[in-house]
Write a protein that binds this ligand. Sequence first.
Ligand SMILES: *[C@@H]1O[C@H](CO)[C@@H](O)[C@H](O)[C@H]1NC(C)=O
Length: 201
Amino acid sequence: MTSEIPKPKLSLPLRTRVALFFSSAVTNFSRRSDGTVNRGFKKLLDYKSRPKTKSVKGVSTKDVTVDANRDLWFRVFTPTASSGDGVVPVVIFFHGGGFAFYSPDSYGYDPVCQRFCRQINAIVVSVNYRRPPEYRFPSQYDDGEDVLKFLDENPAVLPKKADFSKCFLAGDSAGGNLAHQVAVRVAKSGLRKVRVVGFVP
Ligand SMILES: *[C@@H]1O[C@H](CO)[C@@H](O)[C@H](O)[C@H]1NC(C)=O
């Protein structure tokens, strides 16, 4: 017996479809058949956005280094429009890209985090974790966990209005997996200041 299940009509905006097509094509072309990634080629087409310390459309950004030896850093997105003395939650975000691609300053991910920051009125911390195949599992999870420990020990790197009692771990695609694994790890490691209260895959 067969039954007709109506297919949902999904239509992404044209701009999104074009962007997805290009990002998929560039990602495909920079993958070598032996499983390595042609970083040089990828870099040519992965346009980087610089941090903007002056508020643009209600968001200011800055980069914070955790460990220069392994290029571990994060970009902080701060909502500037909210009233001065109110506190806002902190969202620690892990970008996607099959673990192997992109970074917080990638053309695609910087505006995504700006939008999260503005629309949910939260401080967003977007993590630059090491990527495979150069850096193998579980270095990505180590990096995620180390960023949370770093925030726990150095809360002053975030603006005063950061409410550390309301931290969320979030991520898309590979970043969703990463956020989950980091949540499991920090649940055991006993952070003092950073309280993870939610997970948004
Ligand atoms: C990239 O590769 C995937 C998997 O092989 C394929 O499904 C997709 O159509 C490719 N994208 C482009 C734009 O060529």
